[in-house]
Structures are given as C-alpha cells and as structure tokens.
Design a binder for this molecule. Structure first.
Ligand code: FPP
Length: 239
C-alpha cells in the first residue's frame, strides 16, 4: 500500500463502507476477551469517523452488527449493542461540532427498544446537519434489506409492470444515499459478508490485512489512494 501520500482531493470517494473486522482476533492475540477487542474497535471507529470527516467524505457506512451476528454468545451480542449505545451518547457533542448527520440501515423491528430509541434521538437531533453522514449498519444484512424492500413493495400493491431496479432501489433503507464507491474490509478476509450487496454492485473493494483495532486514519488514506488507482468502468469500456 502507498504511504505518506495524501489522496487527491478531486477523487475522494463520496461514499465509503467499512467492514470493521478483526476485533476478536486482536483480543485473542493478546490473550484477552473478545469484548476487549470490540472496546478497542470502538476507539478506532471514533478515530475513523473523525478522519473521514476531515477528508471531506460525504457518507460513511460502518458495519457494526449484522443480522447474522445474533448467532454469537448473548454476552458478546449485548456488549456490542451496549457499545453502540455508549458511542451514540458519548459522541453527540462531537457530531454537533462537526455537523455530522447520523443515519441507520438495518432492521428496526428486531432491535432492542432502548438502542433504537437512542438511534432515533440522535438521527432527529442531527438531521439538519450537512457534514459527513455516518450510516450505522446495525442489525443489518444485505439480503434482509432487499427482503424488507420487497415486502414493502407488496404492501404498497405495486404491480409487476411497475417493478424495475429503480423502484426496488427506492424501497431500500436509504434510497437517497449514493451507492458506495469504495468498500473497505479489514483483517484480510475476501468476503462481502452480506454488506450492502445491492448497493455495492460497482463498488471498488480494498482489503487491508490490519485488524480493525489497529486501524488508523493513515490506513483510511492508504485505502483511498489504492481506490484512486483503480479504473472504474461500471461495465462499460474505457473511453
Ligand atoms: C467484527 O470483528 C466486528 C464486529 C462484529 C463488531 C464491530 C463493532 C464495533 C467496532 C463497535 C461499535 C462500532 C460503532 C461504529 C458504534 P469480529 O468479532 O468478527 O472479529 P474476528 O473475525 O477477529 O473474530
């Protein structure tokens, strides 16, 4: 990966999604509990939100908890969800200062009430801000998002002739958010893990071997530099 360079301002990705992986391995390597890895992971999330805001990125989607993560031990699940709540409370002043707007993607219906209520409060309080939009993917699965969209389409009585990609897209969780340009996955795995599978159809993927708790703003810059070297054709050919 490139180093000590600054990404070109003209090609900063509008929307970055991050699969924050490797918290468990980070803790295991140190003989600590997995929860300690998530605690460190939260500190990294704070730093990366700040770095993304400083770089002028417009949308940052963070994969904090998937629809499949409920399979983990109840203790770990409760810890992660508790961390998210703590994050929203602790960062509120920072969001206000940097005009950061919070949004959510994921299934609201099966989220614990206290967390959903905190998310809704922060979303309402930051809705007029025009800085970075932080989209918290919480209780999120790409297949689940599409399934929920299809249910809403049926509920609205849409007919077969009305259904096309544009219509389906308009029933997703955040239809006004542009598709991600760049998806970053930390901790070296080459998998999408059900993250933004509709939206990321033409995203560039950058895999970083560094575990999420060790990630820094410099890693974000390096990932953007790697993205800036890609030739995006969206299925077409180079002009
Ligand atoms: C993946 O690592 C990480 C998670 C499932 C949780 C991510 C949550 C946080 C970083 C805290 C909350 C974040 C925000 C933005 C409020 P893993 O446990 O799968 O790691 P492993 O693959 O090494 O086991």
């Amino acid at each position: 990966m490139a180093s000590s360079k600054t990404p070109q301002e003209t090609q900063i990705p509008t929307h970055i999604g991050i699969i924050m992986d490797g918290n468990g391995r980070w803790a295991q390597k140190r003989g600590q509990l997995r929860t300690q890895g998530h605690l460190e992971g939260l500190k990294t999330a704070r730093e990366i939100v700040r770095a993304a805001s400083d770089l002028g990125i417009k949308y940052l989607t963070l994969y904090a908890f998937s629809t499949e993560n409920w399979k983990r031990a109840a203790e770990e699940v409760n810890f992660i969800l508790g961390l998210v709540k703590q994050y929203l409370i602790a960062e509120f002043d920072f969001f206000k200062q940097y005009k950061i707007k919070l949004r959510h993607t994921g299934d609201e219906e099966t989220l614990p009430e206290d967390i959903l209520s905190e998310i809704k409060t922060v979303i309402a309080e930051t809705s007029n801000f025009e800085g970075l939009s932080v989209i918290l993917a919480l209780n999120y699965g790409g297949r689940d998002e599409i399934t929920r969209a299809v249910k809403r389409i049926l509920r609205e009585g849409k007919t077969e002739s009305e259904i096309d990609e544009k219509l389906l897209h308009s029933f997703l969780d955040n239809p006004d958010v542009p598709d991600p340009d760049l998806i970053i996955r930390t901790a070296g795995e080459f998998r999408t893990s059900n993250f933004l599978i509709w939206e990321a159809a033409y995203a560039e993927y950058v895999i970083s071997n560094t575990l999420w708790p060790d990630w820094t703003g410099k890693d974000l810059k390096d990932a953007i530099l790697e993205y800036q070297q890609r030739d995006r054709r969206f299925g077409g050919i180079k002009s």
